[in-house]
Design a protein around this ligand. Sequence first.
Ligand SMILES: [Zn+2]
Length: 184
Amino acid sequence: MPKLVFHAKDPEYFPNDIPNIVNGLQQIGFLGNKWQSPESVLGERYLIGGSFLSLVTFMGCAPAIELSPLEAQPDSLGFCHIEIETLKPKVEFIRGSEHLVSRCPHCRKRHANWEKIPDTLLYSCDGCAVVSHLSEYDWKNTAGCGRFFISLHGIYPQEALPTSNLLQALEKISDVEWGYFYIQ
Ligand SMILES: [Zn+2]
């Protein structure tokens, strides 16, 4: 399933207290209750909260998006819900698309040749020769780096956008700035 993934702009960031983040996101109505999912469904997953539709802007006039678990398929992940992803032991680069597009943070040269991502996550731009961490590149919402991710499942690229209110609330709850990308 496609998803919209939130990540802290500082790739090293991870919360010391994940329940505190969950609690904050429940208070603003982004997250609802924990999904009482069948055992076959892994992960820490939450239903959408009461203010979800004012914190996320759906594009198009009538999105055919399921907002609650499917009665006929109780173990289906094919509905809009939020997963608090397991903390990664080190910073990872998450590719959201086959066709990544990015710009060098130093000279703004466009780079589209990302078949192979360097293990070090450091990249030397052939336009300006400056070595930058991949988290500093502008990926145009096609990829992101980090250790801690919050995923909104069931959203196709560009189908929905987080509002600035939601991104500001995330920042207030965590004390760091957030970005997002889509995984197709
Ligand atoms: Zn450059």
